[in-house]
Unconditional design. Structure first.
Length: 134
């Protein structure tokens, strides 16, 4: 009889809280949804991380290409400046020869282009040269 009384008390405790089982099921469901959202978010972050790595590589390659083009431009401008200096020397020699012979018809220096005009012409011609190769 004593044991029967304990069984009835334990049954009453379970009978008093009928929502305990459904509440725990809800919690498990919410936890499962949270885990699924977390996994989905991690997968998306990995995809974006890979995309950013690819973009970073492409940008680095583009910057290296731009740097090579800039080096080519600097080299070409150096060549233009040297040629301009050589033309200026030739012009001075021609003027001194003409002055020595007595021919002073006209001054040839206004016809020589300065290095700035060479630079401007070169800068505007580079895009056309690059586009014709593509």
């Amino acid at each position: 009889m004593f044991f029967k009384h304990k069984k009835k008390l334990s049954q009453k405790k379970d009978d008093e809280n009928p929502f305990l089982l459904s509440f725990s099921d809800l919690m498990v469901g919410i936890l499962a949804i949270y885990i699924l959202v977390l996994i989905f978010t991690l997968v998306e972050l990995e995809k974006r991380k890979d995309e950013l790595r690819i973009s970073k590589r492409e940008l680095i390659e583009s910057l290296e290409g731009i740097q090579r083009i800039q080096n080519g431009i600097v080299t070409a401008l150096d060549g233009v400046v040297r040629k301009e200096q050589a033309l200026a020397l030739i012009l001075k020699e021609i003027q001194t020869d003409l002055n020595a012979k007595g021919n002073r018809r006209r001054d040839l220096s206004p016809h020589v282009e300065t290095s700035m005009t060479y630079f401007i012409k070169f800068i505007f011609m580079v895009p056309f040269r690059c586009s014709s190769k593509s």
